[in-house]
Design a protein around this ligand. Structure first.
Ligand code: NAD
Length: 458
């Protein structure tokens, strides 16, 4: 094996494997997707265990957000791969007659996947599914902040998948930096905007394309929906979108609510009542990932003006690193909680004179990964779609967009760029190469010099 100054000799194995052409074959791709399917089925209990250890995820949540989500995704790729790899016809204008053209999908090469800790299995394996489907070789570096999940991947991927083409390398930022020092054909990064900049800077050296799946403050506009049944469903969906998926530590979690002043008391009362039944037991919500993040979240409440805005919850158990699901009304807009991504169980409500003011509020801030809005007002929906910019918009629900394979997932501006899931994952890891086939049948002399007056007449 070749010697590498940083000890990453295994990377040359992956590179040689890709160059051998092995990963391009459709049968190899399918066999690897099926191997991943088997891993998800045969190691399901282990996945539940590691997600419990790292994040206190309940098995039901772990199935919905990781195991089940991935199983559905890999099935979708297996079912559609024949179609996706088939070259598509490109129509040619008369100018090119007679000729034919096709768009042929080719793999990018050796791909680096850097993932994060909040969905440590899903955010490592969902990009892997796309990269394998598209015929690439892959190196995954999971997050050091979810050590059991990271070790699970490092142990089990080699047991199920092709060892030369798929590697898991464990480690933290130092290992991330070492890996970024190498040349890749694509870097797929999920994490913070801060490290996103580090990734893009490293990628620039080799002109490597990147996808950045970042986060930010995703707002949720809450209009005064009428009808008690609809309101009940709305409140459950808001609670699910804040505390129901990794306890607010999700890129797609609601960061804060935008509500009309006159509807605020009614909404808070509804939230409090429903939170009692859904999220009052710590064992039903994920834990805060570690001490650093626990202290970061506690410090958001240190500001006296923020602390005095708490209207529900707010109790903290330092020993168990538990923060009660907490609602705040109108914390100062320049306080940390309203400037940084919260990524935890604190939910500020910002009150507005009119619900339409939410549009200017959102436009005055970095582009979020998603805008949620609960409303039956079609004029307001139209305004939100036409006047704001975000990775996506979901009306009258939260998180659901993430699990639909037909919906592209990704950010814009500060929330990242590039998209994946379903066919969009295949495209993210492919180069659509136009192939033009001309015939020798017709030829026009005006294409070539020498140029003269006759040619100018054409
Ligand atoms: P992070 O950016 O600190 O870490 C992400 C990955 O990068 C980890 O594997 C880490 O080891 C590695 N890393 C850290 N520093 C590095 C460096 N200097 N060089 C190379 N690699 C380095 O991520 P985080 O802050 O722990 O994750 C939370 C963020 O991720 C939030 O902003 C959240 O919104 C975002 N997120 C986005 C998505 C999405 O799909 N858009 C999903 C989950 C989380």
């Amino acid at each position: 094996m070749e010697h590498s100054a940083d000890g990453l000799e295994q990377l040359s194995v992956v590179r040689r494997c890709f160059e051998s052409g092995k990963t391009r074959s459709l049968s190899w791709r399918k066999s690897q997707l099926k191997a991943l399917q088997r891993l998800l089925v045969e190691r399901e209990k282990d996945i539940f265990r590691v997600l419990k250890e790292d994040l206190g995820k309940h098995q039901a949540e772990a199935f919905r957000d990781e195991v089940g989500f991935l199983g559905k995704s890999v099935d979708y790729h297996i079912a559609n791969l024949d179609k996706w790899v088939t070259p598509t016809k490109i129509s040619i204008p008369l100018l090119g007659f007679p000729s034919a053209a096709q768009l042929v999908q080719e793999p990018l090469g050796v791909v680096l996947v850097l993932s994060t800790w909040n969905f440590p299995i899903a955010l490592s394996l969902e990009p892997l599914i796309g990269a394998i489907s598209a015929g690439n070789a892959v190196v995954i570096k999971p997050s050091e902040l979810a050590p059991s999940s990271s070790a699970f991947l490092a142990t089990n991927i080699p047991l199920f998948m092709d060892n030369e083409a798929v590697k898991v390398i464990q480690g933290g930022p130092d290992m991330g930096e070492k890996l970024l020092g190498h040349k890749w054909d694509k870097i797929f990064f999920t994490g913070s905007p801060r490290v996103g900049r580090v990734v893009m800077t490293a990628a620039a050296k080799h002109l490597t394309p990147v996808t950045l799946e970042l986060g930010g403050k995703s707002p949720c506009i809450v209009d005064s929906i009428s009808g008690s049944g609809d309101r009940e469903v709305m409140v459950k969906r808001i609670i699910g979108g804040k505390w129901g998926s990794c306890n607010g530590q999700a890129c797609l979690a609601i960061d804060y609510l935008l509500v009309e002043e006159k509807f605020t008391t009614t909404l808070v009362d509804l939230l409090k009542t429903t939170m009692k039944t859904l999220v009052s037991e710590p064992e039903h919500i994920s834990k805060i990932v570690n001490k650093h993040h626990f202290e970061r979240l506690c410090s958001l409440l240190d500001d006296p003006l923020v602390a005095s805005s708490v209207v529900h919850g707010g109790s903290i158990n330092h020993e168990k690193m538990y923060i009660e699901p907490t609602i705040l009304i109108d914390p100062p807009l320049n306080s940390e909680i309203m400037v940084r991504e919260i990524f935890g169980p604190l939910l500020p409500i910002i009150t507005l004179k009119k619900i339409e003011d939410s549009i200017d509020f959102i436009k005055g801030r970095p582009k979020p990964l998603v805008i949620y809005a609960f409303t039956n007002n079609e004029a307001l929906k139209k305004k939100i779609v036409e006047e704001t910019s975000s990775g996506g918009i979901t009306f009258n629900d939260t998180l659901i967009q993430y699990v639909c394979d037909t919906i592209p997932f990704g950010g814009i501006g500060q929330s990242g760029f590039g998209k994946y899931h379903g066919k969009f994952s295949f495209d993210t890891f492919s180069h659509g190469k136009p192939v033009v086939r001309r015939s020798f049948l017709t030829e026009f002399s005006f294409r070539y010099p020498p140029w003269d007056e006759d040619k100018l007449q054409l």
